[in-house]
Design a protein around this ligand. Structure first.
Ligand SMILES: Cc1ncc(COP(=O)(O)O)c(C=O)c1O
Length: 408
């Protein structure tokens, strides 16, 4: 099924928050990389959960059996979303950061002093901080260099994956610059030395179909609130990978995957809502199976978002005093996230002025603090970031461009 401005206009009707107004005009949500709005289907799924089965799992009574059924359905749906072998590969948690701390802590217990973990200068702190903590155990943490173009240096990456490397933690896409990283290279390099590959797909999963089979990754993390769902972290683990890890868990807890890394009671209503979000996305695609519908939908939404982001990119860079950061739209795959700086205004001042016009865009470092530091932007307040989502429109972009032009 194609996904054009017509489908996007129809999709907007499914998101009640998009009808919100400020200062007499509709709010423009171009803040997707920080979190997307949710469609009615997600709100209804969560409401239904609270109305019909707000009890804990594994009880011998009907609503509890219903929760068990919904949790397994959610795991199966998220497995399909990520192209995983099955529900046993999908663990849930509070958010990506919490799951990554649990994962890095468990992997860290298997490492010796002098072992190396590789991270990148481009990544969000959620895929750096948990690994940097391992230095306390004598693990050496190295980082792949970020070029001024906003891309990771492939030579530096190749040089830093050595026989001492045990883990390479890399983002699939930058939430600050929209860069899509060369994951095939990361996998080739890690395979050659037997290192684990951990992919942060938080910024990638909302914009592209994910196929953990093709990526052949050991672990991949994403976060439901970035792709039209509620706040739920998702961890994919390759079959057998989680069982090898000494995770933090209670003695009473199920030691099998995917439960092995899940501590305490999960947010069942939100997990049910996340299943609804994935099914909502699939509703924009065609195909005989859920996976086919998802890949079709995500591929077409991706094309639509790319086109809109490209229009913004090409128009904003023509405005006086604007500098666009990160890769342009001529080359490889790129996420529809465009960050700029302005000669005359700090990002915070620009975002505040745009906010007063009802335009929601983020300023700062978005926790990609190392990238912003490397680009020399930390002292200047970072970047002004625009994120395109499935519900973004040409009129949103027009209002944004007008708002930036009016800053003077
Ligand atoms: C690329 C990236 N990784 C990780 C995270 C952290 O996700 P969470 O908020 O689920 O911990 C974010 C959140 O903005 C992100 O953009």
């Amino acid at each position: 099924m194609p996904y054009t401005s017509d489908e996007s206009a129809r999709c907007r009707r499914d998101f009640p928050a998009l009808r919100s107004t400020a200062a007499g005009s509709e709010l423009v949500f171009l803040d997707g990389p920080g979190g997307t709005q949710v469609p009615t289907a997600v709100i209804e799924a969560m409401t239904n959960f609270y109305q019909t089965c707000n009890v804990n799992t594994h009880g011998n009574f009907p609503p509890s059996r219903e929760v068990d059924r919904r949790m397994e359905a959610a795991r199966a749906t998220l497995a399909t979303f990520l192209g995983a072998a099955g529900p046993q590969c999908i663990s849930f948690g509070h958010n990506m950061t919490t799951l990554n701390f649990a994962l890095s802590g468990a992997i860290g217990r298997t490492l010796q002093a002098g072992d190396e973990v590789l991270i990148t200068q481009l990544d969000h702190e959620a895929n750096r901080g948990p690994w940097l903590r391992l230095a306390e155990r004598g693990v050496v943490v190295r980082e792949v260099k970020l070029n001024e173009s906003g891309e990771l240096d492939p030579q530096d990456m190749a040089a830093k994956v050595t026989h001492r490397t045990k883990v390479f933690a890399i983002g699939a896409s930058s939430n600050a610059l929209g860069t899509v990283n060369d994951l095939a290279l990361a996998r080739r390099l890690t395979h050659a030395v037997g290192a684990l590959l951990v992919i942060d797909a938080v910024h990638y999963a909302p914009h592209f179909p994910v196929d953990v089979g093709a990526l052949d990754t050991d672990f991949l993390l994403c976060s439901g609130y970035k792709f039209y769902g509620p706040h739920v972290g998702v961890l994919y683990a390759k079959p057998g990978a989680l069982e090898r890890l000494p995770t933090d868990r209670l003695s009473v807890q199920d030691p099998a995957a995917p439960y092995r890394i899940e501590t305490g009671t999960l947010n069942h209503a939100a997990i049910d809502g996340l299943r609804a979000a994935v099914e909502y996305l699939a509703g924009w695609g065609v195909g005989a199976t859920l996976r086919e519908r998802l890949v079709d939908a995500m591929t077409n939404i991706s094309g639509y978002e790319h086109q809109l982001a490209r229009i913004y990119h090409d128009e904003v860079r023509r405005l006086a005093g604007v500098r666009v950061w990160g890769p342009d739209f001529s080359g490889r795959s790129r996420a529809p996230t465009v960050s700029i700086t302005l000669t005359q205004h700090t990002p915070a001042r620009a975002a505040t002025a745009l906010g007063a016009r009802g335009i929601c865009v983020w300023d700062g470092n978005f926790y990609a603090a190392r990238a912003v530091e490397i680009l020399g932007l930390a002292a200047r307040g970072g970047l002004l970031r625009t994120g395109i989502s499935m519900y973004s429109s040409a009129s949103d972009i027009r209002r944004l461009i007008e708002g930036i032009a009016a800053l003077g």
